[in-house]
Ligand binder design. Structure first.
Ligand code: SF4
Ligand code: SF4
Length: 181
Protein backbone atom coordinates (compact mmCIF):
# COMPACT_ATOMS: atom_id res chain seq x y z
CA UNK A 1 0.00 0.00 0.00
CA UNK A 2 1.32 3.42 -0.95
CA UNK A 3 1.91 6.11 1.65
CA UNK A 4 1.66 9.88 1.12
CA UNK A 5 3.09 11.49 -2.00
CA UNK A 6 6.87 11.16 -1.92
CA UNK A 7 9.47 13.91 -2.32
CA UNK A 8 10.64 12.58 -5.66
CA UNK A 9 7.06 12.33 -6.95
CA UNK A 10 6.63 16.01 -6.11
CA UNK A 11 9.89 16.90 -7.87
CA UNK A 12 8.85 14.99 -10.99
CA UNK A 13 5.42 16.59 -11.00
CA UNK A 14 6.92 20.08 -10.62
CA UNK A 15 9.11 19.50 -13.68
CA UNK A 16 6.80 17.49 -15.93
CA UNK A 17 3.25 17.79 -14.53
CA UNK A 18 3.19 13.98 -14.57
CA UNK A 19 1.73 12.06 -11.62
CA UNK A 20 3.58 8.78 -11.11
CA UNK A 21 0.83 7.70 -8.71
CA UNK A 22 -1.57 7.24 -11.62
CA UNK A 23 0.47 4.17 -12.62
CA UNK A 24 -1.43 0.95 -11.87
CA UNK A 25 1.41 -1.38 -12.88
CA UNK A 26 -0.10 -2.79 -16.07
CA UNK A 27 3.47 -3.13 -17.51
CA UNK A 28 2.50 -2.02 -21.00
CA UNK A 29 5.41 0.45 -20.90
CA UNK A 30 7.95 -2.28 -20.14
CA UNK A 31 6.44 -4.64 -22.75
CA UNK A 32 7.05 -2.10 -25.52
CA UNK A 33 10.40 -0.66 -24.42
CA UNK A 34 13.10 -1.48 -27.00
CA UNK A 35 15.94 -1.33 -24.48
CA UNK A 36 14.26 -3.09 -21.55
CA UNK A 37 16.60 -6.07 -22.03
CA UNK A 38 19.52 -3.94 -20.78
CA UNK A 39 17.74 -2.14 -17.92
CA UNK A 40 18.24 -2.94 -14.25
CA UNK A 41 14.76 -1.59 -13.42
CA UNK A 42 11.97 -1.84 -15.97
CA UNK A 43 9.93 1.33 -16.64
CA UNK A 44 6.97 0.18 -14.48
CA UNK A 45 9.43 -0.67 -11.68
CA UNK A 46 10.85 2.86 -11.90
CA UNK A 47 7.32 4.21 -11.42
CA UNK A 48 6.75 1.89 -8.48
CA UNK A 49 10.02 2.89 -6.79
CA UNK A 50 9.19 6.57 -7.31
CA UNK A 51 5.82 6.12 -5.56
CA UNK A 52 7.53 4.32 -2.69
CA UNK A 53 10.11 7.07 -2.20
CA UNK A 54 13.04 4.86 -3.19
CA UNK A 55 14.95 7.87 -4.54
CA UNK A 56 18.43 6.44 -4.38
CA UNK A 57 17.46 3.18 -6.10
CA UNK A 58 15.90 5.10 -8.99
CA UNK A 59 18.52 7.83 -9.29
CA UNK A 60 21.43 5.38 -9.31
CA UNK A 61 19.78 2.98 -11.76
CA UNK A 62 21.17 2.19 -15.20
CA UNK A 63 17.67 2.52 -16.60
CA UNK A 64 17.46 6.30 -16.48
CA UNK A 65 20.65 6.52 -18.59
CA UNK A 66 19.86 3.69 -20.97
CA UNK A 67 16.40 5.07 -21.81
CA UNK A 68 16.59 6.16 -25.44
CA UNK A 69 13.75 8.71 -25.08
CA UNK A 70 11.89 6.96 -27.91
CA UNK A 71 8.52 7.66 -26.17
CA UNK A 72 7.07 4.22 -26.97
CA UNK A 73 6.16 3.81 -23.29
CA UNK A 74 4.45 7.20 -23.18
CA UNK A 75 2.31 6.31 -26.20
CA UNK A 76 1.39 2.88 -24.78
CA UNK A 77 0.50 4.00 -21.24
CA UNK A 78 -3.28 3.66 -20.74
CA UNK A 79 -3.12 6.42 -18.13
CA UNK A 80 -1.38 8.85 -20.45
CA UNK A 81 1.70 9.15 -18.25
CA UNK A 82 4.64 10.59 -20.18
CA UNK A 83 7.14 8.06 -18.86
CA UNK A 84 9.85 9.28 -21.25
CA UNK A 85 9.43 12.75 -19.71
CA UNK A 86 9.68 11.22 -16.23
CA UNK A 87 12.96 9.52 -17.24
CA UNK A 88 14.27 12.85 -18.45
CA UNK A 89 13.37 14.51 -15.15
CA UNK A 90 15.03 11.66 -13.23
CA UNK A 91 18.27 12.15 -15.18
CA UNK A 92 18.27 15.85 -14.24
CA UNK A 93 17.48 15.15 -10.59
CA UNK A 94 20.19 12.50 -10.47
CA UNK A 95 22.80 14.96 -11.76
CA UNK A 96 21.59 17.73 -9.46
CA UNK A 97 21.93 15.43 -6.45
CA UNK A 98 25.45 14.53 -7.61
CA UNK A 99 24.93 10.80 -7.97
CA UNK A 100 27.62 9.25 -10.17
CA UNK A 101 25.89 8.16 -13.41
CA UNK A 102 25.38 4.39 -13.51
CA UNK A 103 26.27 4.43 -17.22
CA UNK A 104 29.16 6.94 -17.47
CA UNK A 105 29.74 6.33 -21.19
CA UNK A 106 26.17 7.54 -21.86
CA UNK A 107 26.76 10.82 -20.01
CA UNK A 108 30.13 11.09 -21.79
CA UNK A 109 28.26 10.82 -25.09
CA UNK A 110 25.75 13.52 -24.07
CA UNK A 111 28.58 15.84 -23.02
CA UNK A 112 30.54 15.16 -26.21
CA UNK A 113 27.52 15.87 -28.37
CA UNK A 114 26.83 19.19 -26.65
CA UNK A 115 30.51 20.19 -26.67
CA UNK A 116 30.66 19.48 -30.41
CA UNK A 117 27.58 21.57 -31.11
CA UNK A 118 28.83 24.37 -28.88
CA UNK A 119 32.21 24.44 -30.66
CA UNK A 120 31.15 24.05 -34.28
CA UNK A 121 27.39 24.65 -34.44
CA UNK A 122 26.95 21.32 -36.23
CA UNK A 123 26.91 17.59 -35.53
CA UNK A 124 30.42 16.71 -36.67
CA UNK A 125 31.35 13.06 -36.37
CA UNK A 126 35.14 13.60 -36.00
CA UNK A 127 34.61 16.17 -33.22
CA UNK A 128 31.97 14.06 -31.49
CA UNK A 129 34.08 10.90 -31.67
CA UNK A 130 37.26 12.70 -30.57
CA UNK A 131 35.68 14.29 -27.48
CA UNK A 132 33.78 11.08 -26.65
CA UNK A 133 36.99 9.03 -26.81
CA UNK A 134 38.71 11.42 -24.42
CA UNK A 135 35.82 11.67 -21.95
CA UNK A 136 34.98 7.96 -21.96
CA UNK A 137 38.65 6.90 -22.08
CA UNK A 138 37.69 4.32 -24.66
CA UNK A 139 40.45 5.45 -26.99
CA UNK A 140 40.90 2.27 -28.97
CA UNK A 141 37.32 0.94 -29.04
CA UNK A 142 35.97 0.51 -32.61
CA UNK A 143 39.14 1.96 -34.10
CA UNK A 144 39.08 -0.54 -36.98
CA UNK A 145 35.46 0.27 -37.74
CA UNK A 146 36.20 4.00 -37.63
CA UNK A 147 39.06 3.62 -40.11
CA UNK A 148 36.80 1.69 -42.51
CA UNK A 149 34.09 4.35 -42.27
CA UNK A 150 36.58 7.13 -43.04
CA UNK A 151 37.93 5.12 -45.98
CA UNK A 152 34.39 4.73 -47.37
CA UNK A 153 33.61 8.40 -46.87
CA UNK A 154 30.97 7.71 -44.19
CA UNK A 155 32.82 9.96 -41.72
CA UNK A 156 34.21 13.25 -42.96
CA UNK A 157 37.58 13.71 -41.22
CA UNK A 158 37.48 17.53 -41.44
CA UNK A 159 34.86 19.20 -39.25
CA UNK A 160 32.45 21.80 -40.67
CA UNK A 161 31.47 24.99 -38.85
CA UNK A 162 28.44 27.23 -39.05
CA UNK A 163 29.22 30.74 -40.30
CA UNK A 164 28.09 32.66 -37.23
CA UNK A 165 29.01 30.80 -34.06
CA UNK A 166 27.93 33.71 -31.87
CA UNK A 167 24.34 32.55 -32.47
CA UNK A 168 25.19 29.14 -31.03
CA UNK A 169 26.82 30.77 -28.02
CA UNK A 170 23.67 32.82 -27.43
CA UNK A 171 21.47 29.69 -27.62
CA UNK A 172 23.63 27.89 -25.05
CA UNK A 173 23.64 30.93 -22.79
CA UNK A 174 19.85 31.25 -22.99
CA UNK A 175 19.38 27.52 -22.30
CA UNK A 176 21.65 27.72 -19.26
CA UNK A 177 19.75 30.71 -17.88
CA UNK A 178 16.46 28.88 -18.41
CA UNK A 179 17.68 25.81 -16.54
CA UNK A 180 18.76 27.99 -13.59
CA UNK A 181 15.45 29.88 -13.34
S1 SF4 B 1 11.27 6.26 -23.75
FE1 SF4 B 1 12.84 5.08 -22.64
S2 SF4 B 1 11.71 3.81 -21.17
FE2 SF4 B 1 10.25 4.56 -22.72
S3 SF4 B 1 10.13 2.92 -24.23
FE3 SF4 B 1 11.67 4.39 -24.96
S4 SF4 B 1 13.61 3.64 -24.17
FE4 SF4 B 1 11.99 2.57 -23.02
S1 SF4 C 1 2.01 1.67 -18.94
FE1 SF4 C 1 1.52 3.39 -17.56
S2 SF4 C 1 0.10 2.52 -16.05
FE2 SF4 C 1 1.05 0.81 -17.11
S3 SF4 C 1 2.80 0.22 -15.80
FE3 SF4 C 1 3.55 1.65 -17.35
S4 SF4 C 1 3.42 3.68 -16.39
FE4 SF4 C 1 2.15 2.29 -15.21
Amino acid sequence: MLTSVTRIEKEIEARTEEKARLCYQCKKCAAGCPVSFAMDLLPHEIMNCVCRGMDERVLTSSTIWLCAACETCSVRCPNGIDIAGVMDALRSISLERHYPPAEPHVTAFHRSFLAGIRGTGRTNEPVLIGIYKLLSRRLLDDIGLGAKMIAKGKIKPVPRFVKDRSVIRRIFKAAKTRVRT
